[in-house]
Design a protein around this ligand. Structure first.
Ligand SMILES: N[C@@H](CCC(=O)N[C@@H](CS)C(=O)NCC(=O)O)C(=O)O
Length: 200
């Protein structure tokens, strides 16, 4: 398997943590976002959206990091990362979709408008609005995690999906100490060998 990606990208790291958790052999093929390699014709032949990551497994070309997580879990049921029941499948999907639709885009917006864009292009109002949205997702996570170890019945793609979004919270002045259960849960995830391998 080859994962085309940029090692600093949260979306690439999500797929890398999943590859480690599933214990599959893979090669990371660097796509240099700093020089715009994701926009080249060669890369867009793999991923027409011009984003990372993209997984290539034989004749399968799969992009969208959460789809990569789902593919790996379906291909490796023996690793025990999949749902234990239909209800559990819904629970895992709930958090993955919340992240993809709400949490991750708003964290990315805060990053863009406080760090990535040149100062003259930054829009403080967008940051304020994104912070409100991020807090809604964090509030929902906090409520779910009260008295629980994992979002679903066991460690799953719900964790692998969300943690790479939240790991940069301190850099973005998103104060996780307001959400103690989320903070403790992040500690459990970032203590895992898969996480240490990718992030250390
Ligand atoms: N929803 C996509 C998002 C992918 C994405 O936005 N990746 C960023 C890097 S973190 C990227 O490729 N940015 C480069 C660009 O948009 O030109 C996923 O989960 O894979």
């Amino acid at each position: 398997m080859k994962l085309h990606g940029f090692s600093m990208s949260p979306n690439t790291r999500r797929a890398l943590v999943a590859l480690e958790e599933h214990g599959v052999a893979y090669e990371l093929v660097p796509v240099d976002l700093m020089s715009g390699e994701q926009k080249t014709e060669a890369y867009r032949a793999l991923n027409p959206t011009g984003r990372v990551p993209t997984l290539v497994d034989g004749d399968l070309i799969l992009w969208e990091s959460n789809a990569i997580l789902e593919y790996l879990t379906a291909a490796h049921p023996e690793k025990g990362l999949g749902p234990v029941s239909p209800r559990d499948a819904g629970e895992i999907a709930r958090w993955m979709f919340m992240n993809a639709a709400h949490l991750s885009p708003n964290v990315a917006r805060i990053f863009a408008h406080t760090i990535r864009l040149p100062p003259e292009k930054r829009l403080p109002q967008l940051v304020d609005e994104a912070r409100v949205e991020v807090d809604k997702s964090l509030g929902a996570l906090e409520k779910r995690l009260a008295g629980r170890t994992w979002l679903a019945e066991r460690f799953s793609n719900a964790e692998i999906s969300i943690a790479p979004t939240l790991v940069n919270a301190p850099m973005l002045q998103i104060d996780l100490s307001r959400f103690l259960a989320v903070q403790a849960w992040m500690g459990r995830i970032t203590g895992r060998p898969s996480w240490k391998k990718i992030y250390d």
